[in-house]
Design a protein around this ligand. Structure first.
Ligand SMILES: [Zn+2]
Length: 208
């Protein structure tokens, strides 16, 4: 009996091309993740290797590092694109805030800060903001606009629905669904964190 031929292994580099520009963090090709939609600067691509997400046309490593620096030079709190909420939310993930350029993961940050001789020395789950992001992601599945509840509470920016009646309805839905969504979000986020896939991480970065 002959053994079946093993599956050919295609290196990620083989996917590189005009539609798959290199990842600013690790250089592997980026692949399409989410089509362009209101509130975003363009379609969203993601890196299959380090997990970095890029909204619109990707810049270079320096631009991605500059965006990371805006979150902090020694410590940065990131909405984790490798988190469970990003996976279940997709286009409705609450981490996709307006004007966001880069969607970081711990590994993407690790690759990026190596360019400035830093290492990620500690990565900690941020429980409060993590549950909030998961909660808003669940609510985004029920509303026309995005991130309505958190913006109403003064956290981040919303992407409101286009029509006035939709915006009014979104406020009602957000209020009615707030408690049920919270009761789902807490165990989901705890489970995500237990699996190392929490929604929000605080990363400590030290010089080598
Ligand atoms: Zn990458």
């Amino acid at each position: 009996m002959s053994t079946p031929p093993s599956k050919p292994v295609v290196p990620l580099e083989a996917g590189a091309g005009p539609d798959n520009p290199p990842c600013p963090a690790c250089g592997e090709p980026l692949f399409g993740w989410i089509d362009s939609r209101p509130g975003l600067a363009g379609p969203v691509r993601r890196c299959e290797s380090c997990g970095l997400g890029v909204v619109g046309e990707p810049g270079g490593t320096d631009e991605a590092l500059a965006c990371l620096r805006e979150l902090g030079s020694d410590s940065a709190r990131i909405a984790n694109r490798a988190g469970f909420s990003a996976w279940i939310g997709g286009a409705g993930w609450a981490g996709l805030e307006p004007q966001t350029r880069y969607l970081f993961t711990e590994e993407a940050v690790r690759r990026l800060v190596a360019n400035r001789d830093q290492v990620v020395s500690r990565a900690r789950w941020s429980p409060g903001t993590g549950v909030a992001l998961m909660w808003q992601t669940i609510l985004n599945g029920c509303t026309f606009g995005r991130n309505i509840a958190l913006a109403t509470l003064g956290q981040g920016k919303a992407v409101p629905a286009t029509r006035p009646w939709q915006r009014r309805l979104d406020l009602v839905i957000s209020a009615l669904a707030a408690v049920p969504a919270f009761l789902i979000a807490v165990p989901l986020e705890l489970l995500a964190a237990a699996c190392g896939r929490g929604s929000v991480l605080t990363l400590r970065m030290d010089l080598l």
